[in-house]
Ligand binder design. Structure first.
Ligand SMILES: C[S@@+](CC[C@H](N)C(=O)[O-])C[C@H]1O[C@@H](n2cnc3c(N)ncnc32)[C@H](O)[C@@H]1O
Length: 217
């Protein structure tokens, strides 16, 4: 099943999980803060899914700012559009498109949560986002990966199962899904390190969530 079919089919469940998973909401607020948004900014969320971050981003850029959500799966975008319409957010726009080659000309900030691990070339995509932003632009990534803490083996076991069932292309993979995810997340975050200054790295939720944020050089 392609990622677009997977996320469209499971959009309702994903919407629930993405908003209600304990600990994740707090980390979503933290990653939105890490972007250092200012009133009037334009922030683009790559792979916005059902829109779990949109309200926080909108709060931070204010009514004069703009929030643009990009995703390629119609099912999740429909859900996100319902949230936007129900709340009457006029400055939140949803675009169906490929986040690896975003259909966006300029922005002040880019956010991507739980997305970079889905890309075959995460470093190349993060580089492209930095190019789109230009010097001074802000970027923040939040991703799940295996915990590196001393008690990691305990929490990584259930995490591996979760990663497997939530990986659309799991049957076609030659590498276990959790290993591939770790590798991609590390590559994406390392690209941010190379391209940015004032870089912040944090771990949350027993070390299963990794945040990286910075300002493009
Ligand atoms: C795990 S979900 C995360 C959704 C949201 N960012 C969140 O934090 O809840 C991954 C999302 O990325 C989208 N996605 C994956 N690859 C994409 C691509 N190349 N272009 C656009 N969207 C993509 C999927 O459709 C899905 O909605």
């Amino acid at each position: 099943m392609s990622a677009q079919e997977f996320y469209s089919r499971w959009a309702a469940l994903y919407d629930l999980v993405s908003r209600r998973t304990p600990g994740v909401s707090r980390t979503r607020a933290r990653v939105a803060d890490a972007l250092g948004l200012e009133l009037g900014d334009t922030v683009v969320e790559m792979g916005c899914g059902t829109g779990a971050n949109l309200e926080r981003l909108r709060d931070r850029v204010g009514p004069e700012g703009r929030v643009v959500g990009v995703d390629f799966s119609p099912g999740v975008l429909d859900r996100a559009a319902d949230h936007v319409a129900r709340n009457g957010w006029r400055n939140v726009h949803l675009v169906r498109g490929d986040a690896t080659h975003p259909p966006i000309d300029e922005a002040d900030a880019v956010l991507a949560t739980f997305v970079v691990g889905m890309f075959a070339d995460p470093a190349g995509v993060v580089e492209r986002w930095c190019d789109l932003l230009g010097p001074g632009g802000r970027i923040a990534l939040l991703n799940a990966a295996r915990s590196r803490r001393p008690y990691g083996p305990l929490v990584n076991l259930p995490f591996r199962g979760f990663v497997r069932v939530s990986t659309p292309e799991r049957r076609r993979l030659e590498t276990p899904a959790h290993e591939l995810l770790d590798r991609r997340v590390e590559a994406g975050h390392a690209a941010l390190d190379r391209r940015c200054e004032r870089v912040v790295h944090e771990e949350h939720a027993l070390g299963l969530l990794r945040l990286a944020a910075g300002r493009v050089l």
